[in-house]
Design a protein around this ligand. Structure first.
Ligand code: MTE
Ligand code: MO
Length: 345
């Protein structure tokens, strides 16, 4: 079970959101989780966004030209598809997230759909490919980080090209000068350091699309593409932690529990809190935006002794968090209910 130096190296580069940051509606920038597959790339002085491929008019836009266009701001909860990976057994060797690969940003920028319409998509367009400036080797293949969206998803109207996070210029680690943000989808879709958008006449079969980010039950399974975030809830750890084990210590008596819940499929319908396996309904507040998490609260009468606290969410499409993880080759989409060890004194 020992974690390898390679995994530790990834874990120190790519940090999670400390769970106490669940108290904020919008995650302060430095507390938002971070995932960088290769390196944070250097951005050329003469950076431009290129829009091309199967279009009637190629576009080349500078940062100033992007800022002159009508802007939007959206509060979006983003989660890495590998969140929960370290809880799978047998363990999958990759970025070893436990539960903290999550954050909510207020992303500012321009909507993707009007830009694509301006370029004019040709007959036979099926997908839109987004290419980042960063390069590296994954699965033995040298590549730029790139991912595609179907034409329908790209035109759905939710996706934006962001140059701001929480009202400030987008920082380097989150994709400056420009990134894609696709609300509701796992994070891999939201390509950072965006350089090129290409309209394609066939499905993209690059590494991060055709090999990575597929939910495969075994090596022979072709699997399904990983897409929208499954429902999940996380609890703000109550009381104070033990430094090494993170076990929580809480005073006996009334204790208010709180957390956040989200789903990329449908709005959150309900959250349940489990105390030693007994589940009861939490109070869920309206989400601040369509694709942002909802805050929830729960009143707990803490009795002295050792306890196991848990939470699980259900969305309006009837998807519910399982109690046990569903193992898969890439270690994706583990939305099993979180559980926390608490000692009440
Ligand atoms: N160009 C580029 N875009 C990328 C990545 C990357 O490595 N390179 N990582 C993706 C993954 S897997 C995730 S989970 C999110 C993380 O976004 P964040 O670091 O801003 O939280 O960015 C996505 N976009
Ligand atoms: Mo990710």
């Amino acid at each position: 079970m020992a974690i390898s130096m390679d995994e530790l190296q990834l874990a120190t580069r790519n940090h999670g959101m400390p769970l106490e940051a669940l108290r904020y509606d919008v995650t302060p920038v430095g507390l938002h989780y971070l995932l960088v597959h290769f390196d944070v790339p250097a951005v050329p002085e003469d950076w431009r966004l290129h829009v091309g491929g199967l279009v009637s008019r190629e576009l080349t836009l500078s940062q100033d030209e992007l800022r002159e266009r009508p802007s939007v701001r959206r509060i979006v909860t983003m989660e890495c598809a590998g969140n929960g990976r370290a809880r799978l057994e047998p363990r999958i060797v990759s970025q070893p997230w436990i539960a903290e690969a999550i954050g909510t940003g207020e992303w500012g920028g321009v909507e993707l759909a009007p830009l694509l319409r301006e370029a004019g998509m040709g007959d036979g367009a099926v997908e839109v490919l987004f290419t980042g400036l960063d390069r590296g080797i994954d699965g033995g293949v040298e590549q730029a980080y790139e991912r595609s969206l179907s034409l329908d998803e790209a035109l759905a109207g939710d996706a934006l090209l962001a140059y701001e996070l929480n009202g400030e210029p987008l920082p380097p680690q989150h994709g400056a000068p420009l990134r894609l943000v696709v609300p509701g989808w796992y994070g891999m879709t939201s390509v950072k350091w965006l350089e090129r958008i290409r309209v394609l006449d066939r499905p993209f079969d690059g590494y991060q699309q055709a090999h990575a980010y597929r939910f495969r039950r075994d090596e022979d399974d072709e699997g399904e593409p990983v897409a929208r975030m499954r429902p999940r809830s996380l609890m703000l750890p109550p009381g104070v932690p033990d430094f090494m084990t993170r076990r929580r210590f809480v005073e006996a008596g009334p204790c208010s529990l709180e957390g956040r819940a989200w789903s990329g499929v449908a709005p959150i319908e309900s959250v349940e809190v489990g105390v030693d396996g007994e589940w009861a309904t939490a109070r869920v507040e309206p989400a601040p935006d369509r694709f942002a998490w909802s805050r929830w609260t729960f009143h707990w009468q803490a009795e002295p002794g050792d306890h196991e606290l848990a939470c699980r969410a259900r969305d309006e499409a009837g998807n519910e968090q399982p109690l046990e993880p569903e193992w898969n080759v890439g270690g994706y989409c583990n939305n099993a209910a979180q559980s926390l060890a608490v000692t009440v004194r």
